[in-house]
Design a protein around this ligand. Structure first.
Ligand code: GAL
Length: 670
């Protein structure tokens, strides 16, 4: 891929001109210029118009769209159009349609109606992509390829016969022998032994619970199947246009798609982000930190956000004034090099006609939303020359593992309230309050640059994970892990001989029993002395824990494990390993992580009052760009380190302190 991409902060939207008469297109160009648009994603849902009948391809309209963009200096993020096959395909290839676990074959009439393993779908998709690549490889508008759209969004599982066959092939590759598979899945239980590969099925509807090993492998298999759809297209595109970056748009914390496993196959990570108006700013931030981290800190791209309302929640209120502005600036503040919307012009028909767009149904620049959008565009242009090429470097990491996510939410389990993403969010919220910057890493990632690592609910430990965490702490790192960790291995086999298995030495403790705390029960964590002294609520989970070298910092207040440790710390090598045996309140997590950050010598990027977020991007020449985002409705003042800063959005010099207006952003270059 070209090293000079992106040439500027990207700003634009999904552009669907085929929904409009060509007379509207010129007006689109005029308004895009007014809004500061420099890139649009096109062709996302155009397969039906590109191939109206089998093997009859029509590219004339797309040619005109590409030419129009080139004439107006707007870059094309050209999609491969494979997300929604034409209706005739389900007649000609009925087995291409996906099947639910209960055996219902879905129909066309919405979108994504294909089985990811269907050879017909794959062949037809490849033929289309081949033609697109050949036709547009030298087109001046082409700057990025957009594979499919949100792979796995609606159809992340399929249980058809083709998938059953593909699942068996995937398992043969993984286990080599039936003996290995039987051992791994623990099929001695419930008479599930497999004597022939052809007897193995995807986890279709069954009388009761599925085998956990089978479920976990099926999640892995489906993520791999979707990835292989992506890779088939990406390989064609890279062969024809090796210099053009290839992406596909991820969704926020999408459980079926293992972002870390996919990331090496994408040149740029893109994310579609649709926060609800009640979602706090730290939640928007988490999404970016996950996405930026998937490729080790390389700038990501917001491929879609809404200029205001969406249409798919039960009620869809508009974004409040300035929220769009803050969300867009926050994306860049967390490492994005582009912000695009779904979509440019609000549709007049079709399922998304009430979804927001840069240009609303009124069709003019004289709307509140257009004014907001144009303001974002203008400010991104101001930041662009300084920001592009800069990176974020953090000292704090949150551990996330998709395989653990799949495993820990499997039922039956001690509690059906285990929500991995919620536990990650709880830890992230507390880390966000430190204003120190957070990366998101896998358990076996290189942790040498971090001082503080938080690994909540690490139920499934993959090979190497425990040793990696041990190395991190031994060298002086400060680690927090939480309840129900270290329980199973990657085969979903319990660590025998005392929980938390491989983490026992590092944490200096043994968990004899774990026990869900029901909503109608309650417990507390009592901390009798030190910086965290107090009594804090404990919910969801309790444990009957023995110390094996660790110290109890806090204890449970009641129940049969009253007085037993709830929060512990173990000195290990030059560092400390903390363990929280319950779901703690935001209050305690915030104080605990602040305390741990102090021990780890992690400093805030800038000391800031609550509601003010600070991030920092660094240029290779060492210059630093501070983003100060005021998420409150009061103006705020912040003290600055010594020196003079250039305020990039209003071109003035600042020193001593800076004032940030309500729901506004200041960007300072040092
Ligand atoms: C995304 C999708 C877009 C549009 C948008 C609406 O999931 O990629 O095509 O449907 O949602 O919010």
């Amino acid at each position: 891929m070209s090293q000079t991409f992106p040439p500027a902060i990207l700003y634009g939207a999904d552009y669907n001109p085929e929904q409009w008469p060509e007379t509207v297109w010129q007006e689109d160009m005029r308004l895009m210029k007014l809004a500061g648009v420099n890139m649009v994603s096109i062709n996302i849902f155009s397969w039906a118009s590109l191939e109206p009948r089998p093997e009859e391809y029509h590219f004339a309209q797309l040619d005109r769209i590409m030419d129009l963009l080139a004439e107006h200096g707007i870059m094309a993020d050209l999609a491969t159009a494979t997300a929604s096959p034409p209706t005739w395909m389900s007649r000609v290839y009925p087995e291409m349609l996906p099947v639910t676990s209960s055996g219902v074959r879905l129909s066309h009439g919405s979108r994504q109606h294909y089985c990811p393993n269907s050879p017909d779908y794959r062949r037809k998709a490849a033929m289309l992509v081949e033609r697109l690549a050949e036709r547009y490889h030298a087109h001046p508008a082409l700057r990025m390829w957009h594979v499919n759209n949100e792979l796995g969004c609606h159809i992340s599982t399929c249980y058809c016969d083709t998938c059953a066959e593909a699942f068996r092939a995937w398992l043969q590759e993984r286990y080599q022998s039936l003996e290995e598979l039987n051992d791994s899945w623990g099929t001695a239980f419930w008479s599930q032994h497999y004597y022939a590969w052809e007897d193995i099925l995807p986890p279709r509807a069954t009388p009761t619970h599925h085998n956990p090993g089978q479920m976990l492998d099926y999640w892995r298999f489906m993520s791999d199947s979707l990835l292989s759809c992506y890779r088939q297209e990406a390989e064609i595109l890279r062969r024809v246009t090796p210099e053009v970056p290839v992406t596909t748009n991820f969704m926020v914390a999408h459980k079926p798609v293992d972002g870390f496993a996919w990331a090496p196959h994408l040149d740029i990570i893109s994310i579609d982000q649709y926060p609800h108006i009640t979602d706090p700013a730290w939640e928007w931030a988490l999404t970016h930190d996950v996405m930026r981290s998937l490729k080790g800190g390389r700038p990501h791209l917001v491929m879609e956000q809404s200029a205001s309302q969406v249409n798919w929640r039960p009620q869809n209120p508009h974004k409040r004034p300035d929220v769009l502005y803050l969300q867009s600036m926050q994306s860049v503040a967390h490492g994005a090099d582009g912000v695009l919307y779904f979509q440019w012009r609000q549709s007049k028909a079709g399922a998304e006609l009430f979804h927001g767009a840069m240009l609303s149904h009124e069709g003019s620049e004289h709307t509140r939303i257009f004014q907001q959008v144009a303001r974002v565009g203008a400010d991104l242009q101001r930041l662009s020359p300084v920001v592009v090429g800069s990176r974020i470097e953090n000292e704090v990491a949150l551990v996330m593992d998709w395989q653990n996510w799949w495993a820990v939410e499997y039922q039956p389990a001690p509690s059906d309230l285990m929500r991995y993403w919620e536990e990650l969010k709880a830890s992230y919220q507390a880390l966000y309050n430190l204003n120190a910057g957070v990366d998101v890493v896998q358990p076996d990632a290189d942790l040498s640059r971090y001082r503080l690592v938080v690994a909540p609910l690490l139920f499934l430990l993959r090979p190497g994970a425990a040793a990696n965490l041990e190395r991190f702490v031994a060298r002086g790192g400060i680690l927090l892990t939480t309840f129900f960790s270290g329980i199973v291995d990657e085969r979903y086999h319990v660590a025998l001989g005392g929980y938390p298995g491989q983490l026992r030495k590092l944490l200096g403790l043994r968990v004899e029993e774990f026990d869900p705390i029901l909503a109608e029960m309650s417990n507390q964590i009592v901390i009798e002395e030190g910086a965290l002294k107090g009594v804090y609520p404990s919910s969801l989970w309790g444990e009957y824990l023995h110390l094996e070298g660790a110290q109890a910092v806090g204890t449970f207040a009641s129940d049969y494990y009253a007085g037993r440790p709830a929060l512990t710390v173990n000195s290990y090598g030059a560092g400390q390993a903390w363990y929280l045996a319950t779901h703690a309140s935001a209050d305690l997590l915030t104080s605990l992580l602040r305390h741990m950050a102090e021990q780890a010598h992690v400093e805030p990027i800038l000391a800031a009052p609550s509601g003010i977020e600070v991030t920092r991007r660094r240029q290779p020449d060492g210059s630093q760009i501070y983003f100060v985002l005021n998420h409150t409705i009061e103006s705020a003042r912040l003290s600055l380190p010594t020196g003079t800063f250039r305020s990039l959005l209003d071109e003035r010099e600042v020193s001593g302190e800076v004032e940030v207006a309500p729901r506004a952003c200041v960007v300072l270059l040092a």
